[in-house]
Structure formats: C-alpha cells, structure tokens
Design a protein around this ligand. Sequence first.
Ligand code: SDX
Length: 390
Amino acid sequence: LTGAITIDPGYKNSGSCTSGITFLDGELGILRYRGYAIEDLADNANFLEVSYLLIFGELPTAAQLQQFETDIRKHSLVNEEMKGIIDGFPKTAHPMGVLAALTSALTAFNPKSVNVENEKELYQAVCKTMGKFLVIATWTYRKSMGYPLNYYDNTKGYVENFMNLMFALPTEPYKLSSVVTEALDKLFILHADHEQNCSTSTVRMVGSSHAGLFASISAGVSALWGPLHGGANQAVLEMLEEIHQNGGDTEKYLAKAKDKNDPFRLMGFGHRVYKNFDPRAKIIKKAANEVLGTLGVDDPILEIAKKLEAAALEDEYFKARNLYPNVDFYSGIIYRALGIPTDMFTVMFAIGRLPGWIAQWKEMRENKEPIGRPRQVYTGSPLREFKKPV
Ligand code: SDX
C-alpha cells in the first residue's frame, strides 16, 4: 500500500493497476508499446500510427490510418469562444498552465459525457481530443508571442500541422522540411506512453471518478508540468545554458549535484524505473546528432551535454545510484534546433504523451475499474480525549 508495485489482493486499486498497453523493464532498459519495441517504432512508424496502436491496440491498416487522420482533421476546429478564455491570460503565463486550463475548458464546449460502451462515440472523443489538443497547445505559444491564432490546415498531416500552427504567419507561410517532421515524429513517438508515470496515473485516477476525458487530460497536463517529471526537459536546457555561461565547467555542476547541502540536481538524469539506461535517451541522443548535423546547427549546448553525460557516467556517486540520462536529457537540444522556445518544451512532451493518456484512460474505463482510492499507513496521534488547550 505504500506505492509498492505488487497489487494487494485484499484491496482493489491500491494505486497500481494491470494494463496491456506499455511494458517497461527498468533493469534491461526495455520499452514496448503493445508488444512492439520502441526502437522498431521510432525507426519505422509515424506518430499517428503509434497513437492509433496505443489507443486501439493494433497498428492501423493504410485505410484505417487515412480515416483516423481525416477524422482528426474533422474535429480539429476549436470553438471561437475559446479565444475569450485564452485572452484572459497574460502573455507571460507559462504555456503549460494555459494548456491545462484550455484543455479543461474544452469540456464546456463538449459537455456530453462519453459513453465508453459506444464504440463510435468513444472513437469520436478520441479524434476530438487528438485534433483540438494539438491546436490549443500551439495557441499557448501564439498567445505568448502576440501572434494571430492559426487553424488546422486540412491539406497537411498531423505533425506538419504542428509546425504550421506554431510558426506560419500571414506575412510568411512556414516552410516545412522533412528533417523537421521526421525528427518530431520520432520525438512524439518516444514520449507517447510510459506505463504508470506520474501524469498518466493522474489521468487514470481523475478518470476513475468518471470525470470526462478532457478534464482527465487537463489533470495530466498539470502533473506533467512539474520539473521532476515532464518539466525536466525545460530545466535541462536552462541548466546546460547556465553551465555554458559559466565557461562549460561541468565538474562544478557535477559536484553541486552530489552535495547534499545543495538542492541542485542534474536535470535529465535519474529515473524512478530505469536503473540502467533509458532506451529513449539513447535514440534521442543519436537523433540530436543527426538533426543538428543535417540542419547545420553547431550548438555548443550539445557538446556540453555530451561532456556532462560522459563525466557523470564515470562518477562513483552517479554509478552507485544508477543515475543515467533519461528521456529529457537530450530532447530539448533537438527542440531548440527546430526553433521551439524553451518554455514550450514541456508542451511538446504533452503533445507526444497525449495518445498514451487517452489509451490509459480508455483502458481504465473499459475495464470498469473502481474509483481510485489508495490507502495510507497512519502515523499520526493515537486516540485522545478532547480538552481545550489553556
Ligand atoms: C520523466 O516515471 C516516468 O516514467 C517518467 C518519465 C515518463 O516518460 O513519463 O520517464 C518522464 O519524468 C523522467 C524524469 C525527469 N526528471 C528529471 O530529470 C529530474 C531529475 N531527476 C530526479 O529528480 C530523480 O532522478 C527522479 C525524480 C527522476 C527519480 O527520483 P527517485 O527514483 O525517487 O530517486 P531518488 O529521488 O530517491 O534519488 C535516489 C538517490 C538520492 O541520493 P541518496 O539520498 O541515495 O544519497 O539519487 C539521488 C538522490 O539525491 N539523485 C540525484 C538525481 N536523481 C536522484 N542526484 C543528483 N541528480 C539527480 N538527477
């Protein structure tokens, strides 16, 4: 009951669950979505294919994929009144806070709760969430820049739309490049699901009270925002930039990370489950080299990241605690090379994680899981008689 991963037969839903979606082996560094190795999917699939796989359990045929893309397009229009909500935020608001609010607000414009037994209704809710979430995620950036809000372009694919929604200006259409869309496909795939992590457990917990899909996803966005979780990718870049500004002195920051009197942690290192290596970090590190090389970006931050990683992997403190780079360590370097601003990095994580959240919420509801109600080990006062303090 204290967060152990074994399920206490005596108490249903002790905060753990059974799931057929994602398999992790923290010792061997294995990650599989519906039985497919993450390396296979990252090399051979696109993000919508993997989203379909996670949510519906099987890779889509060409016809199913085309229909999925079409249905997402159909539901990508966001009610114009949502603009009134985003206008209520200051330009300086963090995009994750705006995204959590806008996602929850979608319920106001789609009030009918989803009957999960009705396959058609559930499929429509999935397409609505995939389409509208992508649009409002980019609106958080456009709002911060004072740009007009863009709409989904039905002539473009899902990942192409993301870059277009983010960067296309009335005066300057966005020029898409296959390097960028392939890199984003890979990054979104690598973030798409990760078993019962903090934000996914939150989505399942909120959804277990039969709160709607948008409300549950909104709660997941808030949980992901934390710097110990998805917010780490922004914290990694800020850390690497600080090291760069301090002459690239990685040893100084390694010492800080080991100093128990210093709250500083090496962001992008360590993991609750992976105690050898995070398979996603390996793929992203390789992709960072490829993308920066192809785009001709010479970013000193990448060299600092590699220097820091090499030093940490040799360091007794880090080795003794099985601290290796995780998914967040290199991802921000690619986002930066693609022109994504640092405070949008965790929004990128949310866009990638969306199909996983949807899949997990759907599984929890289809399994008719009881309302989440973890128990506790009580450590407070024993019974005592009421006496007014003098
Ligand atoms: C994600 O769960 C998921 O699957 C999450 C995720 C996903 O896809 O959803 O993979 C995404 O959240 C990745 C993690 C991103 N967070 C960071 O990079 C933040 C920095 N990392 C840490 O704060 C930490 O490693 C955690 C939170 C990721 C994991 O924490 P744990 O497993 O609870 O480890 P711990 O806090 O118990 O630390 C064990 C020891 C401690 O030292 P001792 O008390 O034993 O002396 O390791 C030390 C910690 O101080 N430690 C670190 C460290 N992480 C752990 N020391 C320095 N730098 C670090 N990064």
